[in-house]
Design a protein around this ligand. Sequence first.
Ligand SMILES: NC(=O)c1ccc[n+]([C@@H]2O[C@H](COP(=O)([O-])OP(=O)(O)OC[C@H]3O[C@@H](n4cnc5c(N)ncnc54)[C@H](OP(=O)(O)O)[C@@H]3O)[C@@H](O)[C@H]2O)c1
Length: 246
Amino acid sequence: MTGDKALALVTGANKGIGKETARQLARCGLAVLLGSRDPDRGRDAALDLAGDGVEVTPVQLDVTDMASVTTLEKRLRADHGRLDVLVNNAGVFVGASAAGTTAAHMRSVFETNVFGVVTLIHTLLPLLGQARAPRIVNVSSTTGSLALTAGGAGIPGDDSRRMAYCAAKAAVNMLTIHYAKAFAADPGLAHIKINSATPGYTATDMNDFQGTRTVAEAARVIVGLATLPDDGPSGGFFSDQGPVAW
Ligand SMILES: NC(=O)c1ccc[n+]([C@@H]2O[C@H](COP(=O)([O-])OP(=O)(O)OC[C@H]3O[C@@H](n4cnc5c(N)ncnc54)[C@H](OP(=O)(O)O)[C@@H]3O)[C@@H](O)[C@H]2O)c1
């Protein structure tokens, strides 16, 4: 039960940055649905958080499975009638050199990291519209910055095997811009804020824990954008240091 609490859904939250985002949002006083494609992993993550005194509700959610997304939408509609915060965090990394990258590599990364985001937003938009101050955070990456990549900015991590991943995050950033413009132009959706967040190079399974930031540091910008005040930005790309070049 959420009572008067704002209701947040974090996708891919059974581990890594998503799990930490769920923890921090719950500590901020939100009712948090911890999305996990594997129900057992979701339950274990929720139990682990409960051990730290953090209460969240695990929900089965595979962002590439329309039936899974629809089932959750129906449950949210019946139980709550709205959704206040959507954090599109679920993501995969497929490593391949640029020359060795196939369309199949691209498809598998885009399926989760891009099409999953569109599926969640498209399906949950009516419920988000019902909230007083809805916020959508698309978890992107500094590696998705066209400007920094073209400018040779030296983004941390191995850039020789991440073309598919970077292209997907650049696509997510474009989604953020288009949704923000569309929402702003629609009186029924103008109260929704949507932004891209980059957590920075963070030690998680995704990079065999080679990242240099902690999940606590990584989640900070996501939580900040998920709890923006009414005069906060929409249609931006942010790290915890401020705006990031597109
Ligand atoms: N770590 C970094 O340095 C870094 C930097 C920039 C951006 N990011 C972004 O941050 C987000 C979280 O990544 P992370 O570093 O925390 O990686 P992670 O530890 O590998 O976590 C990824 C999460 O996404 C879930 N997931 C994958 N496919 C899914 C699907 N189809 N449906 C639902 N959930 C799915 C995974 O579930 P399973 O456990 O079932 O696989 C897992 O919970 C990603 O979007 C990533 O691109 C990470």
